[in-house]
Structure formats: C-alpha cells, structure tokens
Design a protein around this ligand. Sequence first.
Ligand code: ATP
Length: 241
Amino acid sequence: MEPLALEINGVSSGYGRVQVLWDVSFTVNQGSVIVLLGANGAGKTTLLKVIVGLVKAWSGEVKAFGEDIGRLNTARRVRNGIAYMSEQGIFPGLSVRENLALGAGRASKAEVRERLSLVYDMFPELVERGKSLAGSLSGGQRKMVGISKCLMAKPKLLILDEPSSGLSPKFVAEVVEQLHTLRSFGITMVIAEQNVSFLETADSACVLEGGRINFSGGVDEFEGDEALHAAFFGLEGIQEV
Ligand code: ATP
C-alpha cells in the first residue's frame, strides 16, 4: 500500500504562549483532495504553516509520504515535494513568466521547459500571458499564476491557503474550476477555505473550530450533516451578499 501523502497526528501549536491548535489529527491519501473549513481565526493558516514548517508544532507528528518531517526546515520540506501557496501567492510586479520561473527554483533549463509544458497543458490561457505583469491580470487569472508557480516546483503535495481570498464569486468559481483541472491531473491537495464551493472539488473535509477539529470525513458525510451544512452554507450566503 502506498504511504499517505500527509498524516497529522495530535498536533498542538501556537505563538509564544498563546495556543492556537489543539490535538489536530487528519490524513490525506495520495491523489486525493481535502478541504479544511473554518471561520476567520479558526487556525487554518497556522495549521498549514505547521505542515510546511513555518510554524513549529509544540507536540504531535507531521508525516509526509511516510516520513516524519517535523524536524525538517521549510526548504527541506519543499525539496521533499511540498508546495505552499499563501493568500498572496504571486509577485504582482513581475511578469507571469518571471513568477513561474521563480517557482521552479534551481531546476535545470530542461526541467523548467518540461514543467512549463505541463502547466500550459493544464492552463492554456497562460501561454499568451507570459509577458503580462501578474498584477495586471484578473483575480481568477492571478490565482492561476499563483497555483502554476507552485506547480513549477513539481510538488507531490500542494497546500493552498484560502485560494478564494479577495475574489468575487465569479472569480471564485474560476478558481474552483482550476482546482478541478489539477485534480484531474492527479495532484494531491490540501485547501484551507471558508468557502464551501471548494467542496465540489474535494474528496474529504475537516472542520476546524477554535483550533480543534470538530468534523472529519467524506464530502458526502459533510453534506449529509444538517448542522454543519447549515452553518457553512449560511456563511457562504453572508459572503456573497
Ligand atoms: P484567517 O482566515 O483569518 O487567516 P485562520 O483560520 O487562517 O483565519 P489563523 O490565521 O491561523 O486562522 O489564526 C488563528 C489564531 O492565531 C488567531 O487568533 C490569530 O490572531 C492568531 N495568530 C495568527 N498569527 C499569529 C502570530 N503571528 N502571532 C500571534 N498570534 C497569531
């Protein structure tokens, strides 16, 4: 059996003396997509930063592809195949092509060509945008560049922090569509979100509330849970007003 892409066991963490995460556990199978849902301040970003090594776990275990990565720094985790898109995601003052090149790090020219070709297969509209300033693109296209920049690192696991942030509902729908494409290419993803639209492209969901997981299961199970469904679809309703 293939090892899990990600295994979080009993992770607690925080800043200084302030605890933000409490005994968080969940797993992600290779090739599958999980959405971490939670309101502002629930601890989603902190959890993602623990996974990529930007915030230390106080206790518990973080494993990727069967290896305990808890002691590795962020650069090592990236080399092990983990890519992270923060809420900002891109350098708006650089061209699309320059953003993508940065994502490739120290890859050889041949590798860059190969990865660019995969990115262009996924997102053909980027081909014509190479020279455009990333900041001049539409909200949806900017996210496409941010996601593609991560893909240029050839990740085995893609971690996305609130890809809907700052976007109108129309552009959110475009980003959900982009992630559908990634999923069809077999990319394993962890998506932190407040917006339930991203469940459309997920296999499973976790709900983080006050730094604790209070639901973990399949998307069908989430949608079948009336209380959760009402709480989160209510939240989406408020966002879209
Ligand atoms: P948002 O969607 O608003 O980013 P979130 O679910 O990602 O919310 P976090 O950003 O992880 O939540 O924040 C969780 C808690 O940790 C909040 O109470 C926040 O104020 C606190 N926090 C976040 N970053 C820091 C920091 N650098 N120092 C101290 N406290 C922090």
